[in-house]
Design a protein around this ligand. Structure first.
Ligand SMILES: [Zn+2]
Length: 177
């Protein structure tokens, strides 16, 4: 596995609408290798303007198995908005509270071009929305209602985390970004 260079806020690729992937392109060794190296990232975060995201998370907020999303579309199933903390590898050293829909359906393709359909709720729905936004050229800052919660990570741990999550095991930020 190689380490891909992560694009940071300000790079135009993060603000572009990503291009859909044909089944033929998806089966190419180049795209398959890209997917292998993209855990927890959307393709624009590694400088590819393609509608591919790979999600996986194991942490106090929930477990999401490794899932490759190709050409995903989301349908909101519950418009209730839940606010929680997010961070992003493309926006290093910051956290902020972001409202996200509680439940949605995801339709797309898996890495082999087979149809993929599942329902995501709570934290999994949050992660899907974060990555889906990347494919649309959006970042979590665009979704925040109030920048007063925008905080650097060390200040997050010092001033915000104890109120939110009393359990010591919760003090690790989730891998998924
Ligand atoms: Zn991100």
């Amino acid at each position: 596995m190689s380490i891909l260079k992560v694009s940071r806020l300000g790079h135009p690729v993060l603000r572009m609408q990503s291009q859909g992937v044909t089944k033929e392109a998806l089966s190419s060794p180049a795209i398959q290798t890209l997917i292998d190296n993209m855990i927890g990232l959307a393709a624009p975060q590694v400088h590819y303007s393609l509608t591919i995201a790979v999600i996986e998370s194991h942490g106090p907020r929930g477990d999401i198995p490794l899932t490759v999303l190709v050409n995903p579309d989301v349908t909101v199933l519950d418009e209730e908005l839940l606010e929680d903390w997010e961070g992003c590898l493309s926006i290093p050293d910051l956290r902020g509270r972001v409202p996200r829909w509680r439940k949605l359906r995801v339709d797309g393709l898996d890495r082999h071009g087979n149809r993929l359909e599942f329902t995501a709720e709570g934290f999994a729905a949050r992660v899907v929305q974060h990555e889906f936004d990347h494919l649309m050229g959006k970042v979590y800052l665009d979704r925040m209602r109030d920048y007063k919660t925008l905080t650097h990570v060390s200040e997050f741990q010092r001033y915000w985390l104890p109120e939110q999550t009393p359990s010591p095991s919760s003090q690790q930020a989730d891998r998924q970004e």
